[in-house]
Design a protein around this ligand. Sequence first.
Ligand code: SF4
Length: 236
Amino acid sequence: MFNEFYQIFGQMVVIAGILLVFLLFMTLVLGKILIHQDRLIFPKVLLFTIDLFYGLFKKFSESIGLDEQIVDHIGVEVRNKVNEKKFKSISDDEKLLILPHCLRNPKCEATLEPSGMVCTGCNKCVIGVLKEKAEIKGYKVFIIPGSTFLKKIIEQNNFKAVLGVACYQDLNLSMMKLSKFAPQGVPLSRDGCVKTKVDPKAVLDKMGLIEDIHNEKSSINNISPCSKDNPAKRVL
Ligand code: SF4
């Protein structure tokens, strides 16, 4: 009786193991299709695997010769795609922009307050530029040294959506925690503890500012040379 039970139990464990390996492998394949071809297939399956088997999925990726960062890369790409429409539909004054303090210039004179670094807008680094543009749009901007600040910001602010910049791992894990706020993320193009980099165009694009610039340009191009209107007035 016991032998039979252990036999069935053993078979079930083997079948579950095979299914799990298949799931991890399929998620990698679908994730690669998303990254390289920009095609999102079975997003719920991707998120289920990443969220539920995060550590195991990283080990599995390494065991087949891939960089474990692929898991976070896939996670960020899926979440960006899944939440894009909802994020765009939310008013800018209900959004937060969260930037990491490691983007700062080494000569930065920003002071640390309970809500994060207070940027003086000296424009020695990309933070000054992004902060100014985002605040004009209505975003609340925070420059944070770590995840403890993120927790406080979430507790103390009323908002419906969030745009963040961070390394792939921090971004994926933060977007996972903030999934009900239609998170959008831009990964650092050079990560580390200091002198990190981000593509400012990618952040502006998420805020809809690149689109605005394109629209402005096309409205200039569409003006007839015979028009008596001042092009600058039309753009404004
Ligand atoms: S722009 Fe802001 S964050 Fe960047 S160096 Fe100046 S004060 Fe520091």
